[in-house]
Design a protein around this ligand. Structure first.
Ligand code: GLC
Ligand code: MG
Length: 591
């Protein structure tokens, strides 16, 4: 059999190897496709309109049929749900809305029975204000050990009436809230990088460290395969909490200038004294040692909005975490040069520390990728889309979204999928504002719509109440009518459906061992606007994404394994393959 590189070689073709394949058995997380379940919105077992653990357990078969390797569950802990569970009041219990500890045990057991791994979300930067520790801190006096678990400070000004520094919350407004002391007087201030109900812990306090080590063990003992570590670049703040003139935005807003650019800068990074301080690494080294005591390749994945990629790679050094989300990739605009740079840099930065690279296009904090790609600036990063905002082009977005997915799943490393993306689900871009629940909406004084639009419950069947999400037809956020067209039951066994495309991609990825594969850029394949094409070889598979205005013709005796859209001359490829604009193909040599 000729190699794909030999088959496509032409006088003008050059290749550049940027990442080598790994041979032999590798830990699961180096190559895994990990599916994010957002518990509120996946499947409602008890009919209250909010997804729950029993609902998830009952639907796990969907994930094995899809062909993913692991599941990441967003928080299910006891919580007042002011930030959809990212405000934890008890790290060792399940919120009644989601079920019980027994339900969690059953979910863990069923996941493992089906051969899937399970990662849970850990929220160590802050607790809920309803956490017993914070309640005790409010009742205790300034300088007490109870207050020392959080970041309480005296205010500035003659009567302490101004916040201790000028930091702003990621969700908008000040990052400080003043408390009333036991004697009724206006008192100290506490830091919350997120909502007022999410007080930041003080990670210089050994008691905080000991508590989280114990929480890790609690869940490791119950059998989870790892943790997604929320805001892992935020735990340690610069000494003295110096003023910071910039915004402390994490997910949105801070980089709007950069976002609008086509030059490949991605705007995924945070700067400022609240983020990415060197002290965080000591914590992850400790956690690494804790996980290493357990069998079965347990893993940590960093949610760290850190740039550049070499800085992010510090979180995945051999004695720290196993993976970090690649938000630089997620926030890259739909531009061939930008995509090429971010892919090259991602692989180089992670290879340098012997870590796996991850890829991700959607999650519960970002506008869904088909909708981002249907915007005027394809791949832009708006903080939510609502009525009155410029609306994405739904069909174009889906078309490009599918191409982006096949580009991602062709890359070596580990990939994250967000529930519903296997259906091609768009953002709910016309959610009524009075239904919004993300604190971003009011904390930004109604300027940023926030993240509800990507959190709308999943449509399972077109004809059922709440599209099969809930037996009673209730749904905590209303689903748009167009979800009927995306429901799973309209796509199963339908050739060319987005669901079947994902399934085939995951099967081929496994068959061709793309996860542990290689990456070599291929240039000069097509004479037409070669700079508009992202072309690489991973092991025996050639992946071509055409971002230019013209169809690209590939010659050679080729076989199309998979394409993100119908091709003009079919899939046979005897006379070469034509790749239209905004399409990705996976090709190999005919043999
Ligand atoms: C992370 C979560 C986000 C949450 C924030 C605060 O970014 O992904 O949903 O609001 O942390 O916990
Ligand atoms: Mg429910």
């Amino acid at each position: 059999m000729t190699s794909i590189l030999a088959a496509i070689a032409a006088p003008s073709t050059t290749t550049t190897l940027v990442h080598r394949a790994t041979s032999g058995k590798v830990p699961w997380w180096r190559t895994a496709v990990i599916y994010q379940v957002y518990p509120r919105s996946f499947a409602d077992g008890d009919g209250d309109g909010i997804g729950d653990l029993r609902g998830i357990t009952a639907r796990l078969g969907h994930l094995t049929r899809l062909g993913v390797d692991a599941v990441w569950l967003s928080p299910f802990y006891r919580s007042p749900q002011h930030d959809a569970g990212y405000d934890v009041a008890d790290y060792r219990d399940i919120d009644p809305v989601f079920g019980t500890l027994e339900d969690a045990d059953a979910l863990i057991a069923e996941t493992h029975r089906l051969g899937l791994r399970l990662i849970v979300d850990l929220v160590p930067n802050h607790t809920s204000s309803a956490h017993p520790w914070f309640r005790a801190a409010l009742e205790a006096a300034p300088s007490s050990p109870e207050r020392a678990r959080y970041i309480f400070r005296d205010g500035k000004g003659a009567r302490g009436e101004q916040p201790p520094n000028d930091w702003t919350s990621v969700f908008g407004g000040s990052a400080w809230t003043r408390v009333t002391e036991a004697d009724g007087t206006a008192g100290q201030w506490y830091l919350h990088l997120f909502d007022t109900t999410q007080p930041d812990l003080d990670w210089t306090n050994p008691e905080v460290r000991a508590e989280f080590e114990s929480v890790l063990r609690f869940w490791l003992d119950r059998g989870v395969d790892g943790f997604r570590v929320d805001v892992s670049h935020g735990l340690v703040k610069a000494e003295g909490l110096p003023d910071w003139p910039g915004p402390s935005a994490m997910i949105e807003g801070a980089h709007e200038g950069i976002l609008g650019s086509e030059d490949g800068s991605t705007g995924a990074g945070d700067t400022g004294p609240m983020w990415d301080q060197d002290g965080v690494h000591e914590i992850y080294r400790e956690w690494h040692r804790v996980l290493a005591e357990y069998d079965g390749e347990r893993a940590l994945v960093a949610e760290a909005w850190v740039e550049p990629l070499t800085r992010l790679a510090r979180y995945v050094r051999t004695d720290e975490m196993q993976q970090a989300f690649n938000f630089s990739f997620l926030t890259t605009v739909w531009s061939p040069s930008a995509l090429r740079s971010v892919i090259t840099e991602s692989l180089a930065a992670n290879d340098a520390v012997e870590a796996t690279t991850t890829w991700v296009l959607s999650n519960h904090d970002m506008v869904r990728h088909p909708s981002r790609l249907g915007l005027k600036l394809p791949g832009g990063k708006p903080n939510g889309i609502g009525i009155g905002d410029p609306q994405p082009d739904e069909a174009l977005g889906l078309y490009r979204g599918r191409a982006a997915t096949l580009l991602m799943l062709g890359l070596p490393g580990s990939s994250y999928l967000y529930q519903g993306e296997e259906l091609g689900l768009p953002e709910h871009t016309t959610l009524p504002d009075d239904e919004r629940q993300d604190p971003t909406w009011w904390r930004s004084e109604y300027t940023h719509r926030g993240r509800d639009g990507c959190r709308v419950p999943v449509p399972w069947s077109a004809e059922a109440p709440a599209y099969g999400f809930s037996p009673t037809g209730t749904s905590w956020l209303s689903q748009p009518e167009l979800f009927a067209r995306y429901a799973l039951d309209t796509q199963v066994c339908v050739p060319g459906s987005t669901y079947e495309m994902y399934r085939t991609a995951l099967r081929l990825r496994r068959e061709f061992r793309l996860g542990s594969g290689s990456l070599a850029w291929v240039d000069g394949l097509s004479e037409r606007a070669p700079e508009d094409v992202v072309t690489f070889v991973n092991r025996d598979v050639l992946v071509v994404t055409n971002l230019g205005a013209q169809t690209v013709q590939l010659s050679g005796d080729l076989e199309v394994l998979l394409s993100s859209a119908d091709l003009p001359f079919g899939q046979a490829g005897e006379h070469g393959v034509a790749v239209p604009t905004d399409v990705t193909v996976w090709v190999r040599t005919r043999n």
